[in-house]
Design a protein around this ligand. Sequence first.
Ligand code: C2E
Ligand code: MG
Ligand code: MG
Length: 559
Amino acid sequence: MQELLNRKKGLHRRILIVDDEFIEREMLGNMLKGMYEVEYAEDGEAALDNIKRDKYKLSLIILDLHMPKLDGYSLLEILHSDPELRRIPVIVLTVEKEAEVKSLQLGAADFITKPYGVPEVVQARVMHSIELAENSVIIHETERDELTGLFHKEFFFEYGRKLDEQNDNAPMDAVVIDVNRFHIVNELYGREFGDMVLKKMGESIHGFVNENGGLACRSDSNCFYVYIPHRTDLKEMIPQQIEELDKVFAEPRISLRLGVYLDDGSCADMEQRFDRARLSCRRLSESYETGYAFYSAKLHDTELYNEHLLQDMDKALAGKQFKVYYQPKYNIEGDQPRLCSAEALIRWVHPAHGMISPGEFISLFEEKGLIHKLDRYVWNEAASQIRKWRDKYGVTIPVSVNVSRVDVFDPLLGDMLDRIIKDNGISHEDLLLEITESAYTDSSQQIIETVSALRGRGFRVEMDDFGSGYSSLNMLTSLPIDALKLDMKFIRNICVNKKDCALVEIMIKIADLLEVPIIAEGVETKEQVELLKSIGCEIIQGYYFSKPVPSDEFESFIK
Ligand code: C2E
Ligand code: MG
Ligand code: MG
């Protein structure tokens, strides 16, 4: 850019005159010498060498059409097809009229007819062509991203809106493409490699837009927007395009996420189309495989609903709309089942949506980094409930609370739980902590450290949903845990499916090996209870005994 500006100030501009006739070269050169640096070439091949070598220094090429080796037309064609050489303006020297049209079609900026006539006219045409080209380069550079050559976002939206206006708002599809985990790609393979990935993405997208019409931009570091005239076959085209891209990015494997909005007439403008494409993109996980999703009205409704829940959360916490329910756990070792503890499970009694189960909001809160607020609330409520029951009935019912996989990363987790214990005057073994098995497999080192520290403080930690998270046996033996809670799906068919029954037996053996009790969750029938008892399961939780209930209803179990 700086070089361009210097040139604009008239510091140095270089012109290449290409003509096989010595006299013609000299005449033209003399007209321009005082104002420019002038170089000469006597045939097309020599000219091409010079142009390739000095492509950034040349301000203009003046080209004769009839030359040996490589003629002017062929040279024009070569220049025009090369994105780096295309920006150098070419004035063609012509004698006959047809040649003018043909050379303009091949991308020439202007022409000068032989014989030359007055020098002032030649000089003016030269000056004019150079300035026009320089201005357009400056515009091009401010509009476009240097690395990929695609538009910057602001210009993209501006031109997109113009395009819509010009086409009477014809239907347009919007595609958002993200390079997954791009910061890691940069870190692992270096910035240069990262740049190369973006550049290749830019090239592919450029090619796609050239073929199908429309516009594209790089919206931010690793994200691209494509705006194209609506086509009914885009659904089939996307997988093909992905296959092509996968070939380009096979080694090392780069994966993408594509969110697509197909115009169905329900969007008012370009921005809205891209909001929707972005939304479908965001809903995809950053997996190692390239994935894509099309926008749907259902997705839109879910997103709106989730947005409401997120907006309402703080008010709901303050207004105690969240209710902690308790589900009893029974020890079945003796003749009579004996209440041994409870699990605290949250429900949201929403003023507009009614009773909402945790399945609808826990992972949403986890994703948005809000789960710690809710969990802290539940832990406090549960601790205070333990204390109330103790004061009222003189017995301690230990209550287990769920600890989100996200909480595990909170360095103040242990301090906070200690505080809750202390504030409510209960002891560590009264508040049991449940952590789902998949948290162990996802971030094993972190979880081992956290759980060891919690146990060091005196807490007891139960592994929730055991059997669903693919722990290896090897890993299990090194895990610090105090109980295994069998995942519900194994219990469901335990009485009808021999394999499931055998699996549960194996898991009970594993618990024995680890010297921890096993808790079966989701037990609904008498047969399941008896079978579990016969194969050595000690503790049972499930609808057979009770659904999760509010604290006052739970009191009937204590009595
Ligand atoms: P979870 O911790 O594995 O809880 C057991 C789930 O099984 C509960 O669902 C419970 O109502 C249900 N359940 C219990 N017995 C039976 C049965 O016999 N049959 C059937 N079909 N289901 C049974 P719920 O309350 O909807 O909770 C779902 C999940 O939400 C929980 O799974 C837990 O992962 C999460 N969750 C609940 N409360 C909290 C909380 O306060 N904090 C966090 N972080 N997660 C929570
Ligand atoms: Mg649980
Ligand atoms: Mg569970």
